[in-house]
Ligand binder design. Sequence first.
Ligand SMILES: [Zn+2]
Length: 203
Amino acid sequence: MPHRHPFRRPLLRRRPPPHPAVPPPRRPLAPRARRALTRANNLMEGGQFTQAATIFGRLSEGAKRRGLLVRAANLSLQASRAHFAAGDVEAALVRAKNGLRLLVRSDRAGRASYVLSKMTAALREKGYNAQANQLEQETAQMLEAMGLSLDEARRQVPQVTEKRGSLPANCAGCGAPLLPDEVEWHDAHTAECIYCGAVIKTR
Ligand SMILES: [Zn+2]
């Protein structure tokens, strides 16, 4: 008779659909939050990383309270990058884990694994190998709770195949730098800022 591993829960949960089956709710940022976000982006550009991190963190918590989990995730990850740039690795890891958890819970496993690979590379480059391994392990556990392995999540990374227009350097809504793999693409010529929700037309 086959017997079940005592600690392994049966995977009854249906596998989450691959990105982008669940688009984030499109809600524009409130004017006050937009001003704070613009300020944080300016602080990042000016090298004032700790102050920027505080604002990104606060905005992430605000988005989470409003139920905007994907936006909260992206803002938390931005807070993490700001802490990391300021040299505060512990604070960066706290925000990174929070952001990754929110992504996994929002059915963004592919996105989570992509962000994870970038973050662990940045950590290892600075010699934080143990921290990188731990972040990888904890993300794998978050995914496992959703019935996915890290390898399966990696296969869900959205692939850009068709030709896309080029993005302006910064978001007109909040000033965030715009990179092709850091925006939400609606189609080949339309993207959305993951921080403020502004719709961006490519050139
Ligand atoms: Zn924006």
